[in-house]
Design a protein around this ligand. Structure first.
Ligand code: ATP
Length: 517
């Protein structure tokens, strides 16, 4: 099955099993806005908890806040968003579809990369254990030709971005013969800048109304609270402030499901450090964040770092953590060394002194900032894409069929335990309810009595429930149940009194945290 087909199935699965719905669906939907269903919200909350605890529990010097979405409009002037939070857009005149010029070129780069990966994979198969990838990449003419194309394009693209040269971006698209995926034509408009912020008005009278923005990132809420937290928490440098909250961007191209949304959620942490130490902290957070991703066990090879082609106006180092989605390696998280840009700008625009008195140095200065910024929704998509599996299984009567299973890490699964009476009589439903009543304050349980046991197991596999328990007639005699494990499908007979321990051992974050470097 092609990766595209797998992705389509994943999107359908998200809807069918209560993970993600199109927003306003009964009114034909609203572009790039999504709602999370009964299972989606649980998964999302678990992802947020995994991030939050890894920041504020594991780091004594990281504290959290929750700032408002609306902020004083001058903040967005100071941060540079009013003048420079733009994407370069280009329209195809035939399909009337709008694209981000930089994304079209990035996709072209990915094509060269894909060709090289295919050549390497083919050769690997041919040469087996004796294969030397480094030597092959350095000598194979087809790989070298594609590498040369990649290098040339990358250099030209980076220069155009850094010079904000819109004509050159268009020329690259023309020279590379990039066609619109819808119309197939190369009939492009000029490239224009497009500001991504949503604006609205605050206040009741037209005269007194204030133009305010829906925040395009949560970070500014942290910067403008730096002094409040530092003073009231008596924080010493280095220290961090973490926040989870909604952000809004009027994305030009909103495709690929919840990968790029107009309303989304971010988990950001700004780490305030002494000037001159920021690059050491940048490297430290880079490793810490990568190990947070890898601890979920989705395969180390599915992650990589990507250096930015163009540094944002505020940064002196920046890297993305990319995950291999069904549509290729794409950013899930950014780690940026933002210098003292934001705090200095707010100091200037507000006229308030925003500094830190360093007792060791005996002087005050504006701290530097290293930030880690990850989208909850993109992380959600990563988790779903990594967990979705179709497996062939042979049932007891020899029939082969396909089992769809979400191999979610147990810590993130929406429902931890399903409890099922074998039949709907003889006191088995009551016994099943009794088990749930005993465990429901410890973790999320679900009762299910409809259909055959086999069907019920499959339903739980499809939503990723790691444990199913069946209550049968023997349960009434000896207080034991059958526990079935989602991934291995193995079954065990255990005492009801053991259930809490078995499940709790797998769902606590402690195990994941133990994997963090
Ligand atoms: P991209 O290049 O994909 O537009 P970005 O570099 O603008 O992303 P940042 O501003 O660094 O993204 O935002 C930090 C994180 O927020 C991203 O790594 C991503 O996970 C998430 N994010 C940004 N924009 C969106 C969006 N429109 N929908 C969902 N998540 C987003």
């Amino acid at each position: 099955m092609s990766q595209e087909d797998i992705f389509k199935k994943l999107v359908a699965h998200c809807k069918e099993y209560g993970y993600v719905f199109q927003s306003s669906e009964i009114y034909d939907g609203l572009g790039a806005v999504y709602d999370y269903g009964q299972n989606g919200v649980e998964l999302k909350n678990n992802i947020k908890k995994y991030w939050w605890d890894s920041m504020v529990l594991l780091h004594e010097n990281v504290v959290g806040i929750d700032s408002a979405i609306f902020m004083h409009p001058i903040i967005w002037k100071a941060s540079g968003h009013v003048d420079a939070f733009n994407d370069p857009l280009i329209d195809n005149k035939d399909s009337k579809k709008r694209y981000r010029a930089d994304v079209l070129i990035e996709e072209q780069l990915a094509k060269f990369e894909e060709k090289m990966i295919k050549e390497v994979a083919k050769a690997q198969k041919r040469f087996g254990d004796s294969f030397d990838e480094k030597q092959f990449r350095e000598t194979n003419p087809r790989v070298l030709a594609n590498q040369q194309k990649w290098d040339d394009l990358h250099e030209r693209f980076s220069k155009a971005l850094n010079d904000s040269n819109l004509e050159e971006l268009k020329q690259i698209i023309i020279d590379q013969e990039i066609a619109c995926p819808i119309s197939g034509s190369r009939n492009w408009t000029d490239v224009r800048q497009f500001n991504l912020m949503f604006a609205t008005e605050m206040g009741s009278t037209a005269d007194g109304a204030l133009k305010v923005y829906l925040r395009p990132e949560t970070a500014q809420g942290i910067f403008v609270n730096y002094l409040n937290v530092q003073k009231t928490g008596r924080m010493k440098l280095p220290f961090g402030i973490a926040q989870i909250g909604k952000a809004f961007r009027n994305e030009i191209v909103a495709r690929q499901f919840i990968f790029r949304m107009r309303e989304f959620e971010q988990m950001e942490m700004q780490f305030f450090v002494k000037p001159g130490t920021e690059l050491d902290w940048f490297n430290k957070w880079k490793e810490t964040r990568m190990s947070w991703h890898r601890a979920l066990g989705f395969g180390d090879d599915n992650y990589r770092f990507h250096e930015h082609e163009k540094l944002a106006h505020y940064a002196n180092a920046a890297v993305d953590v990319e995950y291999k989605f069904p549509f290729g390696f794409k950013e899930v998280e950014g780690i940026h060394s933002r210098t003292d840009f934001d705090l200095s700008q707010h100091q200037e625009f507000s006229g308030k002194k925003i500094q830190y008195f360093d007792p060791e140095e005996g002087k005050s200065y504006v701290p530097f900032v290293v930030e880690t910024s990850i989208g909850v929704d993109r992380m959600f998509l990563q988790v779903m894409a990594a967990s979705y599996c179709e497996e062939e299984v042979t049932s007891s009567n020899g029939k082969v069929d396909t089992r769809v299973v979400l191999k979610l890490p147990a810590q993130l699964a929406p429902i931890k335990l399903a409890v099922m009476p074998l039949v709907k009589k003889d006191g088995l439903p009551e016994k099943a309810r009794e088990i749930i009543d005993d465990l429901k304050f410890d973790f999320k349980c679900q009762y299910d009595e409809k259909d055959s046991i086999g069907k019920r197991y499959r339903r739980m596999d499809a939503i990723g429930t790691p444990f199913c328990v069946t209550v049968d007639h023997q349960t009434l005699e000896d207080q034991t149940v059958t526990i079935r494990f989602r991934d291995s499908m193995e079954q065990d007979r255990v005492a009801i009194s053991e259930l809490k321990g078995i499940v709790s051992d797998q769902i606590g974050f402690k195990k994941l945290f133990a994997n963090l470097a």
